[in-house]
Write a protein that binds this ligand. Sequence first.
Ligand code: FE2
Length: 229
Amino acid sequence: MLFRQLFDQETSTFTYLLIDATTRDAVIIDPVYGKMQRDLDALKEMNAELKYIIETHVHADHITGAYDLKKATHAKFAAGIATGLTCGDALLDEGEVIHFGNEVLHAIPTPGHTDGCTSYLWRDRLFTGDTLLINACGRTDFQQGSAETLYNSIQKLLSYPDEYLIYPAHDYNNLRVSSIGQEKQVNPYIVETSKEEFIDKMDNLQLPKPKKIDASLPANLRCGDRMTA
Ligand SMILES: [Fe+2]
């Protein structure tokens, strides 16, 4: 297996490249608009061919790079079924998988931050989007957010083995990877937190509106088509 974690400094977004080492078929998770050359260079360097562009959810903080990347590579677009996107090639429900070469990526619906939030399992790695972040979790105060639903989704993720690695959609504290066991031990949204306490905490975060939400949401609901040209 070949694997690369990429980072967009401006929006603190992680993009992941997963590649079958034998066939060189690849998928990319959560590409960022403006970073296509970086992604294409990484694919070229690893002699890989992009088969799928996969989103963990309809992002509010950045425009997805999916649209440009799809045009450049002819890869298919996939996201969770509950995103309701009509522009995708594959909308994934519980238990559905994406095959790339001999590798398999499993879709795990984890709503709460948004309705369509979907985590993905590849081997021993969970790509958790904004459902479970390192020492944190996604906010629930816009985009169909529900603290109760998010709590249940986090519990669902915590049912995976402790040694499974967590690769989130963002990190703002220079952290890169965690594990189920580590989050159970140190995540302040998990440790000794009942469902009621979690909901209360989430409902009182009083976070500012994401800077790019007004441009990001409409474009991301079109799978990244900015319609500005
Ligand atoms: Fe998000």
